[in-house]
Design a protein around this ligand. Structure first.
Ligand SMILES: [Zn+2]
Length: 240
């Protein structure tokens, strides 16, 4: 399962702000980066439409997800409204895609743990009945848009400005995504040396296989020394 996280806005689109200085582009980027860390530690592959403050058009965001062969797309935003009393989290899904709705339901359930009222799973459509949000309408994979509270609400803006609350949101997003993804086949990789199975197993994280160095290096005839003082591993070839 490859997940595309899409932090909204950024670059020359930084005007969505709370009354006391919260910037949506920065808040949702931080939430997305935290979510990526959590998902990757669960062995899931994550790609992001942006991982720093930069301008990315909506078509470019979706084109990137398609090029990266993403299985699901999660656009992350915070909400705004003229009435500062508006509050709570909302998860938007597609009117035409059941999988989008299932993904939205899983995320909405998990978001109930952040302590803000849920506005539920919703759809928003254009006059012609198609999905209102570009990243839902044009998606080739199950796609949702999450509004992680209202930055125009003083209580929620204050929360969004704290790393602790952004981490709670990230945990909820990761939990919802994992619930939708279901149990993953563990990315455990056997290691063969000249065709012989070694007493180590690798773990595939992203595109890199990680394996314990000692057994592998010793199988290759190297001496392995842990240097506690410098906190590094020395590999010493016996020829020297
Ligand atoms: Zn937004």
């Amino acid at each position: 399962m490859r997940i595309c996280l899409d932090p909204g806005h950024g670059g020359n689109d930084r005007s969505n702000r709370g009354p006391t200085g919260y910037v949506e582009a920065d808040g949702v980027l931080d939430i997305a980066l935290r979510t990526r860390t959590l998902l990757q530690s669960s062995g899931l592959q994550v790609v992001m439409t942006r991982d720093h403050d930069t301008t990315v058009s909506l078509p470019a965001r979706m084109a990137y997800a398609v090029a990266q062969d993403a299985d699901i797309f999660i656009s992350i935003h915070t909400d705004a409204y003229s009435d500062p009393r508006a509050h709570g989290c909302t998860v938007f899904c597609s009117v035409r895609d059941d999988q989008s709705r299932n993904l939205a339901v899983a995320i909405e359930q998990a978001l109930r743990n952040v302590g803000r009222p849920s506005r539920g799973v919703r759809t928003r459509v254009l006059a012609d009945g198609r999905d209102y949000y570009y990243v839902i309408r044009e998606a080739r994979m199950p796609s949702v848009l999450v509004e992680c509270g209202f930055h125009t609400n003083p209580t929620e803006e204050a929360l969004l400005k704290t790393p602790e609350f952004r981490q709670l949101i990230a945990i909820a997003l990761a939990d919802g995504i994992k619930a939708f993804a279901g149990p993953q086949i563990p990315d455990v990789i056997p290691v063969l040396l000249d065709g012989e199975l070694q007493p180590v197993t690798g773990r595939l994280i992203g595109d890199i296989t990680y394996a314990p160095v000692r057994a592998l290096a010793e199988a290759l005839g190297l001496m392995v020394v842990w240097d506690e003082k410098q906190r590094l591993v020395r590999l010493i070839s016996s020829q020297k």
